[in-house]
Design a protein around this ligand. Sequence first.
Ligand code: C5P
Length: 316
Amino acid sequence: MEPAVTVLRLESHAKVNLGLEVLGLRQDGYHELRTLFQSLELHDDLELRARRDGRVTLRCDHPAVPLDEENLAVRAARELQRLAGEKRGVDIRLVKRIPVAGGMGGGSSNAATTLIGLDRLWKLGLGPDGLQPLARRLGADVPYFLVGGTALGLARGDEIYPVLPQLRAHLVVVDPERPLSTPAVFRRLDASLTPRENGTSIFRFLSSHLAGRPAFGALVNELEAAALEEAPDLRDKVAAIRGILRSAGASLLSMSGSGATYFGLFDDAAGAVAGQAALEAAGFKAYRTRTVSLDRYRRGAWAPAEARRRGALRKD
Ligand code: C5P
């Protein structure tokens, strides 16, 4: 018989929003969004170790990461445990690389990856579809991280539709080391928000991408103005970041999510190398990374357990 798996090591990937449209305020207080998510190779490391006594603990190397229920990964584990009537617990170890409160979905990714991992560790057999309702309750960005790759997010950003073709690109991510509160950015936006039925920027981009000539210029992040109102101290830095990424030849440069991380997209590694070097020379913290496709994301998150099951069947 296959020995029980008691430790899992998983990569918890970052995302950027290639574009983000805010269509209006919803009855539930959230905003109606249309966004294009993209997962990145940049990731945190997550280790899950089953424990028999039912406790859920978290250790993390980053001082700004909460270790209690405020942490979405801890909440994810406790809620899944409660829902599934699971007697076992888990020790979670987190190595942080994704900027904290930077608009790259680090906390949401940690929560979704914890759900995926515990589904395997505790052998619940829920899969992405079974985990979806809990992911939605945990946060608007969490459902995306059950899927990954290039995907459209509708409603609160929690209705996920993968798109074809998946985008392949090199990126430079700049962390201005200025955490921003998402609710605060949305509140700023409300002051100037004009509800509208539709926006076309993401759809225009998607049709051009399908035709093989991606019009990155069509994409916008409609939270950027509100983020810079919330953090006016960032304006000069952002102007400098934009200038450097533009000179390095980025085909798209934008803020991610509710900020304040910025990124530049490049067709080839050489452009990204030049962009990162120029940003570092100007004193910025910049990472070079690449896109992760839907297929690769799925293989990383879900496939090892399937492979093990197949192995066990062969042995039988
Ligand atoms: O769902 P989550 O807790 O990640 O959302 C954080 C905050 O972002 C919400 O409390 C809300 O202020 C804002 N938000 C929103 N509309 C969305 C997503 C998030 O207003 N679609």
